[in-house]
Design a protein around this ligand. Structure first.
Ligand SMILES: Cc1cc2nc3c(=O)[nH]c(=O)nc-3n(C[C@H](O)[C@H](O)[C@H](O)COP(=O)(O)O)c2cc1C
Length: 220
């Protein structure tokens, strides 16, 4: 290990066993909405957030901003915003479709022991603008990659993550007093999953199915 404790002098040799385990990680990573309420070891949560910051980013801008929301009043305000947005989404559907939507559980905000809001600094000084001139959205994509890295690392640690997007971004930014220029991307529920699963909850509930074709187009 070098001084940073992160890397090694030699590139790692990834074994077949590791590759098999990694495949299982991808299969078992889930969007979790049912949590146990016991907290995660704080050192583990810190490590996962540090791991998330190993994600690639445009121009090495590292535009992700993770905010751990601990204040009960702010959590309650986010929950209330979810309830409002979810009620609006339900009202926009009719008949059987509305009944099916109403039956879905679309957030674990009530029981998850940890809430992490993720913002993107849309125009960070870091990276000095490299790679963003023609595609300014690349900061957003970079921050989403950090979220995915966090999601996988959490799964590997036996934890669940649930991404909540049924929220009003401006209201969440106000509740959390986000810095100017920070765009709200995701509100993550984090904790121990009640029941690990190898298929999406929306699939198990009959809402949608994974596309079995998994096709890539070939351009010749
Ligand atoms: C950008 C994004 C937003 C999402 N928002 C929500 C949400 O608001 N509520 C929810 O229950 N799931 C949300 N999900 C989770 C998806 O429903 C889930 O990833 C999908 O059904 C596949 O399931 P899996 O992640 O367990 O494989 C979101 C996922 C992504 C990537």
């Amino acid at each position: 290990m070098n001084d940073s404790g992160r890397g090694a002098d030699m590139p790692p040799g990834f074994s077949d066993d590791f590759r098999d385990a990694l495949d299982r990680l991808f299969v078992w990573r889930r969007d979790v909405r049912h949590f146990r309420t016991d907290p995660v070891d704080p050192a583990v949560l810190d490590r996962l957030l540090a791991t998330a910051c190993l994600a690639p980013s445009v121009g090495l801008s590292e535009p992700w901003r993770f905010v751990r929301v601990e204040a009960p009043a702010r959590r309650a305000a986010v929950r209330a915003d979810f309830a409002r947005c979810n009620a609006d989404a339900l009202a926009a559907r009719t008949g059987a479709e509305a009944a099916r939507y109403a039956a879905l559980k679309l957030a674990g905000l009530d029981r998850a022991p940890h809430h992490v809001a993720v913002f993107c600094d849309a125009d960070p000084a870091q990276g000095r603008g490299l790679g963003r001139r023609t595609m300014p959205q690349t900061t957003t994509w970079s921050a989403v990659m950090a979220i995915h890295t966090f999601w996988l690392a959490a799964t590997a640690a036996g934890l669940g993550v649930g991404w909540v997007s049924i929220l009003d971004p401006a209201r969440v930014a106000a509740i959390l007093e986000a810095e100017p220029g920070w765009n709200f991307l995701a509100y993550l529920c984090v904790g121990h999953p009640e029941t690990p699963a190898d298929s999406p909850e929306l699939e198990r509930q009959g809402w949608e199915r994974r596309n079995p074709a998994r096709r890539a187009w070939i351009m010749r």
